[in-house]
Design a protein around this ligand. Sequence first.
Ligand SMILES: *Cc1c(COP(=O)(O)O)cnc(C)c1O
Length: 396
Amino acid sequence: MKEFTHILPVDSSGFYGRYGGAYIPEILHSNVEKLKEAFYRYASDDEFMAEYHRLLRDYVGRPTPLYRADRLSSHYNTNIYLKREDLNHTGAHKINNAIGSVLLACRMGKRSIIAETGAGQHGVAVATVCALMGLECVVYQGALDVERQQPNVQRMKMLGAKVVPVESGNKTLKDATNEAIRHWCCHPESFYVIGSTVGPHPYPEMVAYFQSVISSEIKKQLSELTGRDYPDAVIACIGGGSNAAGAFYHFIDNDKVSLIAAEAGGLGVDSGMTAASIMAGTEGIIHGARTLVMQTPDGQITEPYSISAGLDYPGVGPLHAHLAKTGRTRTVAVNDDEALEAAFRLTRTEGIIPALESAHALAVLDKIQFAPDATVVVNLSGRGDKDMHTYMKYAK
Ligand SMILES: *Cc1c(COP(=O)(O)O)cnc(C)c1O
């Protein structure tokens, strides 16, 4: 059997520098150990990975295009390439991880899947793959999000998933995640699919691995388009950090590539209405990992705010906390109004309506001036259909 190759800067206990680890209740210990064993085994198994890539190709529609956005490039006087994750089946990058994780669950003999979801993109992706593979699916979603995100709730139900509204706390993603973990403690026979590079080790490494197909495609596509297999910069938005981890993965070791993370400033990093966990957060533990968390001085997690439900999370994956604190990534906070403006700009110059989350990455182009001959890749993590009600409120 081959050995799994760790590309990420993670040690055997799941620490990225000072961040990460697995802070979990005793009852989940053996589950997480078994998951780790299975993940390392199957991630280096040719047959498993061939099945994963076959599904990505024939079911999800990969490789997604790397598109040179000519009119946007002229506007910013540089060379902008969009990695079109919005063209994936179900409309975002989340399905890459859902396919890998649910396939792994099948190999481990699991028949029932649980997941948490905020806006519903991860819930829809997991419900989709469960329908595809004939598995039972329970999705925890904050009651407020269930109300706000009806189209995705309906999609999950049509796909056969059971959606459980969570009434605790703020009734959003953080509370849904708490509840999913609680359910997992009572049902250790089920498989928990986490939707981002968060949670206890090995989840952040596993989710990043299943998303790393994004940067491996970028390398190949750039080399065909420009004759060089790396760009000058990669820009991605950060909620928990999975699309950014996937887009950065194969460039982390290449210092020539500047990696830029756009987090949700909300109404402003210092406004108290923000989800910028790297800039406004301090070290703490959330959902099984030590990382940067928005919290009060006595450790109460503060409620995050962003116009974008997918970025509305009070923590960030430990990989990103580490990359930011060691200076490998540059973090830019993008406020609601700046993201909206960038969404309308992309729509009117390229005819592509981006997800509000992805619009945060696009807005970085208004804040950083790149050289006229630079190659800049923006990861377009998802499409904007789900955000139409928000866009219409602000339409000029
Ligand atoms: C969920 C989501 C995000 C944020 O999650 P990450 O794990 O940080 O990638 C970003 N964009 C879209 C379209 C999403 O659905």
